[in-house]
Write a protein that binds this ligand. Structure first.
Ligand code: GUN
Length: 283
């Protein structure tokens, strides 16, 4: 039976730490602010944005929400970002992805000032992460590392397998595991013998975006299985990329969905926003 890596509990502790620091900054007259931009009416994105706003409230961070219509042009969106770049009340800027198809997400990310890029998606921040010299870490991979640390799981010398090679999760996840001396393999849709590679993993991170993709035969006994997925199963119920009921008896550690990586992502966003505010105020 696997130990549960409880993202709700660990994220609550992170947010408490952030809230205490935000309050301390407040006594020095420094406020912390996050601008969240949502373009269009994707219902999942709306839920994520609402959760981010709620977390800001819990941490004493001011949130500035910009809900823009789906037909917003790229020029209009970039103009808003440039205005927020220049606004000293805004320490962090986040544009919820995906944006509508007529907008180039790379251009949007490039428009965000790197020092306000609390998602750590800007190529300048990606480069800093690559060389191991960073201010911000992307929120989901950073949240996964925090969860591992909370259970004293060190990647050092371990076989780590990441399924998925997205810029948001898979690639930076691999880099963070590598920074902590894991031996990392990144798998993707063209990988051959995926199950056999996954079975070698001491730490297995699933970021594929396919419901219950990781089955028990892909998991080594005692492995730490981290589920980054958020999907609907055949009955419309929320589920991850891991077939939880089948994998849980095999794994040593496992993250539930919901209540695993999801809350950690938001907690790390709060931490990044605090870091941005401290940096911008010479703290
Ligand atoms: N869409 C899915 N995950 C994320 C995230 O971490 N940040 C942003 N901006 N958009 C997302």
């Amino acid at each position: 039976m696997a130990k549960i890596l409880d993202g709700k509990a660990v994220s609550a502790a992170v947010k408490e730490r952030v809230a205490a620091e935000v309050a301390a900054l407040g006594t020095e007259g420094v406020s912390v602010g996050l601008a969240v931009i949502l373009v269009g009416d994707d219902s999942a994105s709306r839920v994520y944005v609402n959760n981010k706003k709620k977390a800001c409230e819990a941490c004493g961070i001011r949130s500035f929400e910009y809900a823009l219509p789906a037909e917003t042009t790229q020029e209009e969106l970039v103009a808003l970002i440039e205005k927020l770049n220049a606004d000293p009340a805004v320490n962090g800027i986040l544009c919820q992805l995906p944006v509508p198809r007529h907008i180039d997400d790379k251009a949007v990310i490039a428009a965000i000032a790197p020092e306000k890029d609390v998602d750590a998606f800007h190529v300048a921040n990606v480069g800093h992460i690559m060389v191991g010299d960073y201010t911000f870490l992307p929120c989901t991979p950073a949240g996964v590392m925090e969860l591992l640390h909370s259970a004293d799981i060190s990647p050092e010398g371990k076989r780590c397998v990441v399924i998925g090679r997205s810029n948001i999760v898979g690639k930076p996840m691999a880099m963070l595991l590598l920074h902590e001396n894991g031996t990392v393999t990144v798998c993707h849709s063209r990988t051959k013998d995926l199950a056999a590679i996954c079975r070698e993993a001491d730490i297995l991170v699933a970021a594929v975006g396919r419901a219950k993709f990781v089955t028990a035969d892909m998991v080594k006994a005692g492995a730490a299985v981290i589920d980054v997925g958020m999907n609907r199963d055949e009955n419309g119920n929320l589920c991850g990329d891991v077939d939880y009921d089948a994998v849980e008896p095999v794994a040593g550690y496992i993250t539930p969905v919901p209540g695993g990586v999801g809350p950690m992502t938001i907690a790390m966003l709060m931490q990044n926003t605090l870091t941005a505010a401290k940096q911008q105020n010479g703290r």
